[in-house]
Design a protein around this ligand. Structure first.
Ligand code: HPA
Length: 283
């Protein structure tokens, strides 16, 4: 990972180790509008990103920019209230930096959320889409956190990402969704990653649909590549915050404020799902 040496990741991890005691095996990332999940963490220690050595700054609207350590669903967790996005101007290795820090803190399983636009015509705003796989034009053409010299201490040069969205965790998430009454609402599909921050053109969205993608968003994939590289497991759930408009004869269009508002409105439901999932994680 070009801009960060191993030592810088160690420095950030060591700083955080001085802030909490005990081991933490579960990492959570709260997506746009979904930070409320971190507020549910009990007995918490909160560390603003600005205090952590080498951590990027969180500039995206509604992203609080702090790490929360504590208990959720009876498990020790570390929760990122706010993530880094390519559109903030960060390099892919900066976007993925917190994943490596969490790895050094002992995290083995990541639970990642995001806000996404619904491409699949059968999706409704407010649905959850568990990510089965991704298509990422940015990472295919080089916006990849592993671009540049490889540090074997994190993982090998070439890595498969074909089971990054862990099959076992997806099965567990389906079971959990069923048990909390979200059986119909939990979809499973393909996440198309775009760089943003402009939303997609109508024709771009039509192409994504032709490619079999079910939802589109501006985050997560660079984190997931780092997750796969350092041998962690992950489960990713998107909240469908808008229905992608692919009709030239309407003035309806996606709106960034609406994406945040829907995230915030549905944050309680996401919280319920993720907390129940964390409770059932075999760690
Ligand atoms: N497009 C891209 N990113 C998004 C969208 C969208 O429609 N909704 C939430 N994030």
């Amino acid at each position: 990972m070009s801009g960060y040496s191993y030592e810088k990741v160690v420095e950030a991890a060591d700083f955080l180790k001085s802030k909490f005691t005990g081991s933490v095996k579960i990492g959570i990332i709260c997506g746009t509008g979904l930070s409320a999940l971190g507020d549910d963490v009990e007995d918490k220690v909160v560390v603003p990103y600005t205090q952590i050595p080498h951590f990027p700054e969180s500039t995206a609207p509604s992203h609080k920019g702090q790490l929360v350590f504590g208990n959720l669903g009876g498990k020790s967790v570390i929760c990122m209230q706010g993530r880094f996005h390519p559109y903030e101007g960060y390099e892919a290795w900066q976007v993925a930096f917190p994943i490596r820090v969490m790895k050094l803190l002992g995290v083995e399983t990541m639970v990642i959320t995001n806000a996404a636009g619904g491409l699949n015509r059968s999706y409704n705003v407010g649905d959850f889409m568990m990510v089965k796989d991704h298509v990422s034009l940015p990472s295919l053409i080089g916006y990849n956190p592993l671009w540049g010299p490889n540090d074997e201490r994190f993982g090998p040069r070439f890595i498969p990402v074909s089971n990054a969205y862990c099959r076992d965790l997806r099965a567990l998430m389906r079971e959990v969704a069923d048990s909390v009454g979200y059986k119909e609402r939990l979809r499973e599909g393909i996440y198309c990653n775009v760089a943003g921050p402009s939303f997609e053109t109508i024709w771009e969205m039509k192409i994504m649909l032709q490619l079999g993608c079910d939802a589109v968003g501006m985050s997560t994939v660079q984190e997931m590549i780092a997750v796969a590289h350092c041998g962690m497991k992950a489960c990713v759930v998107s909240l469908i915050t808008d229905y992608c408009v692919i009709d030239y004869d309407t003035d309806d269009k996606v709106d960034g404020d609406e994406v945040i508002a829907v995230g915030q409105e549905r944050a309680a439901d996401m919280r319920k799902l993720i907390t129940a999932f964390v409770k059932r994680l075999p760690v």
